[in-house]
Design a protein around this ligand. Sequence first.
Ligand SMILES: [Zn+2]
Length: 318
Amino acid sequence: MGFFDSFSRRVCGLAALSASSWLFAEPGDYLGLDVLSARCGGTVSYGDGGRCGTVLGKDFELQCRLDDVCYCLNGVNVYGQCVVAGQPGRLRIGRDDWDRVIVPLLSPPTVAPPRRICVDPGHGGKDSGAKRAKGNLEEKNFNLDVAKRLEVLLKKREIEVILTRSDDRFITLEDRSAIANDAKCDLLISIHFNADESPQAEGMETYILPRQGHSSTARLNDPNADDKEFYVNNRHDEKNLYLAYCLQREMKGIRFAIDRGVRRARFRVVKNADCPAVLVECGFLTNSRESDRITDGNYRQAIADALCEGICTYGGLK
Ligand SMILES: [Zn+2]
């Protein structure tokens, strides 16, 4: 069960509104939670000394936190582009985030069922990717394993699968998106496992390309971030977001998995893909607990299952 299973544009008064008619009624770049909740017939409540706000609508729950840039929409973390402003008990969220992140997820785009999907096992050959601290295990092999498991699942759904590699070989990042484009794939899913200097870092992330002129999630506070270029994949901004949301929602549902959210980065593998494209980071090899799970084939199968489910939700194949 999930949000989109029961959701329709018709039942949600908020989403039925066009994103332009009233969102700009209030002056300034931010919208108060009280205004938003009133407009959608919902209620607003606060916790944590007023620093955490919740808007509860008919079919959705939106949580946000003062000075934070990550929203929780129906239980899934999604990074926006604007830090939540206001004062405790009177939070205001960026109008652009509301318009371009939250409303599109409450009222998702119409999507044709994908018939051909490019599954990209990250790294390969001389490029090992992240390494597990103990046991000398390499990311490239886990990526390929999950990709092959996903291939089996998608083929059972009669979806054609193009793997960018089916063995341990090096492929450039540009060639990976070129493979997807040449085969006219409907989606590109690049599969990775993560690494961090901190052994505490743990959990699942799904990355999409930032919108033109917007910063990557990791550089939101960097005034020198140069993010002005329009990439081919920016044609698919709205579908990228919805696909990432569907995948992240399923991955966070895996037992023990931690939700690190839908994020944005200009990864080379996605930015030139002329179809909706995501890069999933399925856990940290540098976290001993998580890497123990990743070495378990049952856990990797659960990841592949989640990715397949997310794709099917996205494509209306359920
Ligand atoms: Zn990687």
